[in-house]
Design a protein. Structure first.
Lengths: 177, 785
């Protein structure tokens, strides 16, 4: 019924193209066309940030963008954070500092954190809290999310050797860079 | 056999990193909306714009004409199959879809099944429902008046009054009040709130017509209870129903009830033999799913002039909405509200609650505490402060004076509970020392002299969790035990299946730690499975801080059954009498000869390769644990606030939380639970409330108006602990998930009242919004322009 439109974008460096309805939300394109379900949906009003991805490096709430608006863009999602089997420092930080519980807000939270650290490598606590204020978490009370991002900042600056011994203790397949 | 290099055990008390995190960190969690089955269809729901109306007609012809729409389901369709109504957990019934009237705004009216999500969403706008509006009743006090509109004409009793419940001794309480030197009274309203887990509710129902098997992937905190209820209601044999609770994006009690959407999707799948997905929008979730609190409380406290508390009298009107669908144990229509005497040694108490219907969605269900403990704690902690204020006593001093003494445990409360253990003075003293109480009081006095508004609030709460002992606790007749099943494999790794499941609490890690501790196996070699009724042993689910007290206990007891058998095998391997074998340092050793020892790994291998003649092979056990009593975690919280005279904003400067949840499995996870609980305690204290206008329109229908705390409002919580083990729990644990949500609101409210007490303010109902504070400042002429 509705005329379709062809879009082509990259998600985590991979080209994805499809003929879609112009009204298709980017988050549904990512989840259902590209099949990447790590990006979640938590509200209808751009309030919760569970759907946050990076569009050309900028955090965007993908429930409030149409996929056609992202035509030609480079989109980054949680699935692209790990590189070569090595967790991104932000992922490692969330693991080490218990920055997640149910895990539902976590992908969006980590994408926002990634963008923050790209532009502000050594953020203050106030800057971190400001940056993640558009991402709601109902489980953690944010304290450990702040610590997770601080951990990642230290790690990315190589300012100190960060202990990772605990990962071995779970049998969890977390490897550290 | 050679033993590989021993990995660390990391049992009780270790901050083991979480086993569930690797999948979540990579975006590989599997939540309900991530499930996509071949041929799956999508369902969406038409909802009522009215709080109370007759349905004159439903015309679905335009929707059915839309390409991609396969079916429209109405209440009449369900009624023909006897499924228009379903039972609630509280012995009431509730509409799945209405046949001729709606009783709250956003109530489900009809459902559409379509090939695509967007087509289903289009189709619901094409269904014409002709309503004849009726006057709604939104206020429970008005609902009790004789001329009030009747919310539930389907019931025999033509009244909006649902039930009356009471606890304690009325005559003894009256006598104490008659003899009292001082009586303080307080009206409190604990507003309606909504859990708003970041994942909404939904399901994928898939009926295989060939196998006759129904599989439901569902956002549920209690999959086994769902299976049993669905079997009883649908007639499908229970072994042909599989309920899977996959990864759940937060529960907090909001995923205990059965919502109409689950049932409609299931019926649609049974009819079509095709998988049906239904996922709520946030606005649907926030407007129609179950709510918590909504208690109108009148409390009175009788005391001596020296501050000694004698008796408590509480009367409450409970707004349950249009269906009594609370998630309480069946014998407790007002939950565990009779814990309202709190941490104090009273001579007498009497508590009454009346449940009332109004034209709202079901109330009193859950918000990180479903059993009314939050309402009880708020009542006692506020009125203790009111007494202190009236007698001009320090709120810490009056608490120390009235605490149940540590040597009085187990303590029988005047409403009939037996508190298992406690040391309240120690917790409060620790909190006072940590926050620097005397220095803060000096600072407050100085600031007050300068016209600055600073307050210090205390809450010393007692929780009641771990439901529960089968003699008293059941849900629809199913006893509230919980379970664990453990198998140790030949090479010394193990799988644990439990009757509870996780919505973020980290069971896959903590339950592995329990087994690691009990069996001396490395935590990394233990897998925990949960949430799939085809494989997990029967349990009542995770809510009300019950996992560790019940299924955690079952896990320890099942482990000990395994250890008993393992000891016999160890004796066989060590060629010693079983009486000469002891379990020490995670090994079986010959008493007096620690060099002669075998590990659990060695025993496990022998259990399959070299077990004693006459013994069954294998190493496994099951336990269904029926707790002898509830557990009673407690804590002392101190909140320091500064009030902005320009905006009325309450700024939490510091919040010290000293919690005692008995012995701790994983300190990192416990701290995380407390952080989250404190934030969900702050939320209704300062921000969140669901209100309705007189026509029944909800006024906070999205996250634009219902204000969840963000990182900006949430302070850097300061936590500490005391440890008073539960004497009856196998490893002395008590549960912690809800403590902070229960304990935090009065600490915050007391702090704000304290900041304004010199103006004569004695009480503020929560949420204490900037406008509420600013109005008081204006009234006293001290608001800054």
């Amino acid at each position: 019924m509705t005329a379709t439109q062809h879009v082509k974008l990259t998600i985590n460096g991979q080209a994805v193209e499809a003929d879609i309805e112009p009204r298709l939300l980017l988050v549904h394109f990512i989840r259902e066309v590209a099949g990447l379900t790590g990006t979640h949906i938590g509200c209808d009003t751009t309030s919760c940030g569970a759907c946050t991805v990076l569009v050309d490096g900028v955090p965007a709430k993908s429930c409030t963008l149409l996929a056609v608006q992202a035509d030609g863009a480079a989109v980054a999602t949680v699935e692209g954070l790990e590189q070569g089997g090595v967790l991104h420092p932000v992922q490692e930080g969330f693991f080490q500092e218990h920055g997640l519980q149910c895990g539902f807000c976590t992908p969006g939270m980590m994408m926002t954190a990634t963008a923050l650290l790209a532009r502000t490598p050594n953020p203050s606590e106030a800057e971190i809290r400001q940056a993640i204020s558009g991402n709601l978490c109902r489980c953690t009370g944010y304290v450990n999310i702040v610590k997770s991002i601080q951990y990642a900042a230290r790690k990315m600056q190589g300012a100190e050797a960060v202990p990772v011994a605990a990962s071995a203790s779970t049998g969890a397949e977390v490897r550290s860079a | 056999m050679t033993t590989p290099a021993q990995a660390p055990i990391h049992g009780m008390g270790h901050s083991v990193k979480r086993k569930e995190d690797p999948r979540f960190l990579r975006g590989r969690g599997r939540y309900v909306d991530d499930i996509k089955l071949p041929g799956m269809l999508y369902m969406d729901i038409v909802r009522s714009p009215y709080a109370h109306a007759k349905i004159v007609s439903i015309d679905a012809s335009k929707a059915l004409a839309l390409p991609g729409v396969l079916a429209v389901i109405t209440g009449k369709d369900l009624d023909a199959a006897g499924l228009a109504w379903m039972p609630t957990l509280m012995g009431d019934k509730q509409m799945v879809l209405p046949v001729d009237r709606v009783v709250y705004q956003a109530q489900e009216v009809a459902a559409v099944v379509a090939t695509e999500r967007y087509i289903a969403a289009d189709a619901i706008t094409l269904i014409d429902v002709d309503y004849e509006p009726l006057p709604p009743v939104m206020d429970p006090m008005k609902a009790l008046q004789p001329d009030a509109p009747l919310v539930r004409p389907d019931r025999e009793q033509k009244t909006n009054h649902i039930w009356h419940w009471e606890a304690g001794d009325a005559a003894k309480t009256d006598a104490a009040f008659n003899a009292a030197e001082v009586v303080v009274q307080q009206d409190l309203y604990i507003p309606r709130i909504h859990v708003s887990s970041i994942e909404t509710c939904g399901c994928v129902a898939s009926f295989d017509k060939v196998e006759g098997k129904l599989t439901i992937y569902m956002t549920t905190q209690a999959p086994h209870a769902i299976r049993t209820v669905f079997s009883l209601v649908s007639g499908i044999p229970e072994h042909k129903i599989r309920v899977v609770s996959p990864d759940i994006g937060g529960g907090f009690g909001g995923k205990v009830p059965v919502y109409p959407g689950y049932v409609i999707a299931t019926v649609a799948s049974i009819q079509t033999g095709v998988p049906i997905k239904w996922i709520e929008d946030r606005s649907e979730n926030l407007q129609a799913d179950s709510f918590a609190r909504d208690y109108h409380i009148h409390a009175e406290l009788a005391a001596g002039r020296d501050g000694t508390m004698h008796a408590l009298r509480v009367k409450t009107i409970a707004d349950h909405g249009a269906f009594d669908a609370a998630a309480n144990p069946s014998k407790f229509p007002a939950g565990l509200f009779s814990i309202v005497t709190g941490s104090y040694a009273l001579d007498a108490a009497h508590v009454e609650v009346d449940g009332v219907y109004t034209n709202k969605p079901s109330g009193g269900v859950a918000y990180r505490c479903s059993f009314r403990v939050t309402e009880a704690v708020h009542t006692i902690e506020r009125i203790v402060d009111a007494l202190a204020q009236q007698l001009n006593m320090d709120p810490a001093e009056i608490r120390f004076k009235n605490f149940i003494p540590p040597d009085q445990f187990p303590y029988k409360s005047p409403t009939g509970w037996e508190y298992d253990s406690g040391n309240y003075p120690a917790a409060l003293q620790k909190a006072l020392d940590k926050v620097g109480y005397q220095e803060l009081r000096r600072e407050q006095a100085e600031k007050r002299a300068r016209g600055e508004l600073m307050g210090i609030g205390i809450s010393t709460f007692t929780e009641i969790v771990g439901a529960g002992p089968s003699h008293t606790f059941d849900i629809l007749g199913i006893k509230m035990f919980d379970s664990a099943e453990i198998r140790v494999h030949p090479t010394g790794s193990a799988i644990v299946r439990i009757g509870v499941q996780t919505q973020g609490q980290g069971h896959e890690t903590t339950f592995a730690q329990i087994v690691a501790e009990e069996l001396g196996l490395p935590v990394e070699n233990i897998t925990v499975e949960h949430g799939d009724t085809d494989t997990a042993p029967y349990g009542l689910g995770t809510y009300a801080s019950r996992s560790t007290p019940t299924a955690g206990a079952a896990t320890a007891v099942a482990s000990r059954k395994i250890r008993d058998k393992a000891k016999k095998i160890a004796a066989h391997l060590l060629e010693a009498s079983e009486d000469d074998i002891e379990w020490a340092d995670y090994k079986f050793q010959v008493k007096g000869a620690p060099g002669r020892a075998v590990t659990m790994q060695q025993v496990a291998f022998a259990a399959y390769t070299n077990h004693p003649q006459g013994m069954e092979a294998g190493l496994e056990a099951v336990d269904y644990y029926d707790p002898p009593n509830l557990t009673f975690p407690f804590g002392a919280y101190i909140c320091v606030v500064d009030l902005d005279r320009g905006t009325g904003e309450v700024k939490i400067r510091r919040f010290v939380a000293v919690d005692d949840c008995g012995n701790i499995i994983n300190p990192m996870i416990v701290e995380g639970q407390i952080h989250g609980g404190l934030t969900m305690g702050m939320a209704p204290a300062l921000f969140e409330a669901i209100t309705y206008d007189d026509d029944g329109n909800i006024q906070q229908g999205s996250f634009m108006d219902y204000l969840l705390p963000t990182s900006m409002e949430t302070p850097a919580w300061e936590t500490d602990k005391t440890t008073t083990p539960s004497p009856h729990h196998p490893f002395g644990a008590k549960g912690v998930g809800e403590s902070a949500t229960v304990g935090a609101p009065p600490a915050i409210a007391n702090a704000v009242v304290d900041a304004l007490s010199h103006l004569g303010v004695t009480h503020l109902d929560i949420p204490i919004t900037p406008w509420k504070v600013y109005s008081i400042l204006q009234e006293h002429g001290i608001a800054e322009a």
